[in-house]
Design a protein around this ligand. Sequence first.
Ligand code: PMP
Length: 324
Amino acid sequence: MNASALIWHNGQLKPWAEATVHVGAHALHYGSSVFEGERVYATPNGSRFFRLKDHTERLLLSAKVYDLDLPYSADEIDRACEEVVAANGLKSAYVRPIAYRTGFTFSLAPPRSTPVEFSVIAIEWGSMHGADALENGVDVCVSSWNRAAPNTYPTGVKAGGNYLSSQLIAQEAVRGGFAEGIALAPGGLLSEGAGENLFIVRGGKIYTPPVGSSILAGITRDSVLTLAADLGIEIVEQNLPREFLYFADEVFMTGTAAEVTPVRSVDRKPVGDGKSGAVTRAVQKAFFGLFDGTTADTRGWLTPIRDSAKKPTTTTSTVEMEAA
Ligand code: PMP
């Protein structure tokens, strides 16, 4: 990582190496962090966040579930995300705000007064599975790991601890030579990928597992469902059996990191003719069109980096920190 990159860390922009956390931090031991993954796209009108307010809202809802009291308002969180992108001079970026319980305690029910810290990292990151994947699709498998049952820990909350499940799914897939794993929900029906929502196209309709199928309700998922409806494509949100993957004409996955990624094979069986299909391409065109200006942003999903965020007042350098 670029050592001169800046991280927004508890209200200050700090050099990469100085934005650290203590080994006693509660989040490190017990997964008590909540986070987001966001993107900034270089559009013809300049750099634009994609659905920043929706990400911040989900972050705050995730924090609410685990009683993490963030010392920042939604607007301050938005501004922190904007500031770190501006400070690093990034035109496009993947942005990772994270709130985490620190304060040294081994308690599983720490008092609400236990500190919660907040940082934002911004990096350049192309598509998660690479540019070729967006064009030609990825090979995936069905995981031997299920997603978590609804009454264990909530999959609809984007908390650090949830990603142990995602790591098992992704690691098994990658070690087996696949780009990604798709997990079943505890009842054996389809859920989602390790870090993506799942879509199946059959007979011109788009099918996707519902929110109650142990998924994270993705913001890209919502965007794609909205754009597909605009295109007049029929959408069916329902529980789906695994064999739907093998019956599919097309399969694709969505996520902030993965964007809209076609799936060309599942369990080494080709999806349709093994190429990205017409519906997937239409959805990709509508989605990426938001960022090259060919899809109108009628819902205010794209927001600029405000001028106020371009002049951060709180940068610390190593020299200043040593002097302090
Ligand atoms: N499911 C999981 C488990 C994820 O980690 C992600 C990525 N945040 C998604 C779905 C997609 O969500 P989004 O479109 O909001 O990035």
